[in-house]
Design a protein around this ligand. Structure first.
Ligand code: CMC
Length: 431
């Protein structure tokens, strides 16, 4: 960390404390409170970490007011227009865009790790057929620690690298197997001649009884969905991966923890919840009823796919995803699909409604991704697993960054205790 040139002063009970202020390359200054507890015997209180930088990171930068998302400095719009998911994986993992030979080598390493240990097939068979694919993924990715013993040593940079490649390569296979298992079809092995996105579509939709040819439009759309979900700074699942990793847990266990966190409807589960909400609304005339419910604090209902903790202007991923949705639905000839009509009208009404405008609630990436995935033929239960495949590279990049830090410490937040003061045990006969 660079020497801080500024400082802030905190006055507490008549005593003053100097707090160093660090200036990042981009974004607001950061008050360094690390010594505060030791010197002043106070904690800071910040549930939900809305004002707390928990780490230094050089991977992703978000400016929520400008609606800006940069990976290693490159704007997401430029990456979406010119790059590919696998190239973005390289960028996130290694910090720079690859040369042609570096990219070819990386692709070949990813491709050669797409198969899972054959014994893992038995592991899948232990799940109920109606398990949610996210439940299966949490279990199977965690179980990778039991299959790949030669990449568990977090202190060995080579083993960390192998674990990273294994997870980026195998997550599509695992997600597709979870899907195939849930629909009672045989597992489809990876085909290394296909692209990363094309291979995933093939593993999901091919059956032994007939040929499946990957549609290049859908392949491109899938690549873009993956790219737009690849990393997103210190979000809940990434912070979970970092926290799990801070104890020295193995990388497969950490990513399984990230998948579990992603599953929630306020995070990655929002794409499934959003599509289910659009289906429940059903027709355009019912939108006002749902908008009114979302505005009613007592209803507990939120418009899924709207709002974001950081973006308070627009979600740049949503802009790209919306273009992709129009393109895919147009090309598939389903642009007058009733679900899409409901989505478009809901978007129009919410964007002009004072409640949503004043609270800066805009459609987020999940609002559009579900519509594309539905048009591709995925059941809603596969939406969050596809997010998990895509985010794996972000989790791994952040985990590797953390493990590589010299002064890395176990994550251990403190609390504002509001329970009973100390009291004496009362015998059961006298309670
Ligand atoms: N519908 C209706 N009202 C909302 C919504 C919504 N979707 N989102 C936020 N609000 C209101 C909320 O009631 C609160 O009102 P008030 O200030 O009057 O109490 C205000 O807006 C601020 O909400 P918050 O919960 O304090 O904001 P947050 O930053 O903690 O939550 C969020 C962010 C994404 C969890 C939330 O907007 C939400 O629940 N959205 C729906 C779920 C969703 O689409 N999640 C996907 C996020 S993008 C993909 C990802 O990162 O995984």
């Amino acid at each position: 960390m660079a020497e801080s040139k500024k400082s802030a002063t905190l006055t507490l009970d008549g005593k003053t404390y100097d707090l160093p202020v660090h200036s990042p390359t981009l974004g607001p200054d950061v008050l360094d409170i690390r010594k505060l507890y030791g010197e002043a015997d106070v904690f800071t209180f910040d549930p939900g970490f809305t004002s707390t930088a928990a780490c230094e990171s050089a991977i992703t930068y978000i400016d929520g007011d400008k609606g800006e998302l940069l990976h290693r400095g490159y704007p997401i719009e430029q990456l979406a227009a010119h790059s590919s998911y696998v190239e973005v994986c390289y960028l996130l993992l290694y910090g720079e865009l690859p040369t042609a030979s570096q990219l070819a080598d990386f692709k070949s390493r990813i491709t050669r790790h797409t198969m899972v240990h054959e014994q893992m097939h038995n592991f899948f068979r232990g799940f109920r057929r109606d398990s949610h694919p996210m439940a299966t993924m949490v279990g199977v990715v965690g179980a990778m620690s039991a299959f790949y013993h030669d990449s568990l040593d977090i202190n060995d940079p080579w083993q960390r690298e192998v674990a990273a490649i294994r997870m980026v390569a195998k997550l599509p296979t695992i997600a597709a197997m979870a899907y195939k298992y849930s629909v009672g079809q045989p597992f489809v092995y990876p085909k290394n001649a296909l692209s990363y996105a094309g291979n995933f579509l093939h593993m999901c939709f091919a059956v032994p009884a007939e040929d499946y040819v990957v549609n290049p439009i859908l392949e491109k759309a899938m690549d873009r969905i993956m790219m737009l979900h690849a990393d997103h700074e210190q979000n809940a699942s990434t912070s979970t991966v970092r926290l799990a990793g801070s104890s020295g847990a193995n990388p497969f266990a950490c990513i399984a923890a990230g998948i579990a966190c992603l599953w929630g409807p306020a995070h990655g589960g929002a794409n499934q919840a959003c599509l289910e909400m659009l289906k429940e609304i059903g027709t355009v005339d019912r939108i006002p009823e749902f908008v009114a419910k979302a505005k009613d604090k007592n209803s507990g209902f939120r418009l899924m796919g709207f709002g974001h903790r950081v973006y308070k202007n627009f979600d740049p991923r949503a802009t790209v995803m919306k273009e992709s949705a129009d393109e895919v639905l147009g090309l598939l000839g389903v642009d007058n699909n009733p679900l899409l009509q409901v989505a478009k009208e809901l978007e129009r009404i919410a964007l002009s409604d004072d409640y949503f405008v004043s609270k800066k609630l805009y459609p987020n990436v999940d609002f559009y991704s579900g519509i594309i995935l539905e048009a591709m033929g995925f059941p809603t239960s596969m939406f969050t697993p596809i997010f998990a495949i895509s985010r794996t590279v972000g989790w791994i990049s952040q985990w590797k960054e953390m493990i590589g830090e010299k002064n890395q410490k176990i994550g251990r937040p403190r609390q504002l205790y509001i329970g009973s003061p100390k009291r004496d045990y009362v015998d059961i006969r006298h309670r």
